[in-house]
Design a protein around this ligand. Sequence first.
Ligand code: AMP
Ligand code: MG
Length: 330
Amino acid sequence: MRIKNLLAATVCAALLASCGGAKEAEKTIFAMDTVMDIKAYGADAQSAVDEAENEIKRLETLFSRGNADSDIGRINGGASADVSPETAELIETALEVSSSTDGAFDITIAPVMDLWGFFTKDYRVPSDGEIKDALKYVDYRRVSVSGTHVSVGNGMKLDLGGIAKGYLSGRIIDIFKECGVTSGIVSLGGNVHCLGERPDGGAWRVAVQNPSGEGYIGVLSVTDKAVVTSGGYQRYFESGGKTYHHIIDPKTGVSAQSGLSSVTVVSEDGALADALSTALFVMGLDGAEKYYKEHGGFEAVLVADGGEVYVTDGLKDSFESEYEYKVING
Ligand code: AMP
Ligand code: MG
């Protein structure tokens, strides 16, 4: 079995900004199993970055699935727990996306992730029977949040891997603002979130990686936005000549094969962008297009397995690409 885990090593969106002049502070932190790069500009940059680091460590401790004493560890171990307001808020956002995407996004996917070895990195292909059994414990409708009390059905477990980094990037941007910073950018394992404009003026430029080759398929110019990519190329293993990646279709318990290679979502809301990038990847092009028309509130770049590129109409003026692309109208 050949194992590849590119998530930590590869930042799936490259930051192309070059910033000169302004006072800046930057930190690279390893947390949530990935490399996080945070950068702030201006007089308050250093304190903002220090505060952001504290918040990353605090939230990592709350959300960690590997720590039995964390909020998520206690829910998973005992089917219910009193948690911090942030954990409750994040789970509520996750449930809203689960509901609006008809379960394409589902944070109760944990038992299936475990079965495939994505949690331990001890990868294996489970039998159909094992998948069927694990799927009995996958159903976001059996998660309830009442204030800061969270409960799940017996035997169920939560996995915030599809949304936690987006939520965290939003918290960091809030901290930057509270510290008086008006220009900054963070990349949490490829989840990019930018505040304001570049310190030398103008939009931040965020590249969208080519999911099936070298380089980029285009560059987005954005201000005050999260840019989050989900792709089957980010974490996967190969067995018996087949590739199995880390985004699972909750209806089948197997890596989603929706015809899309990557989905990049652009939104002011980091958690929403993160959850939707995962969900639209599972839904495929038709489902994603329908969802965009019905819900809006975000923009997206979708790359199909054949290499075709689709861009929602709100990005028409901010996406530069050498590739031909089709526009999805809202
Ligand atoms: P992302 O890289 O944001 O697309 O999220 C992928 C991660 O989310 C995986 O590593 C799992 O932890 C989790 N995940 C996988 N499939 C799903 C799903 N259908 N819904 C919610 N979370 C998922
Ligand atoms: Mg996601």
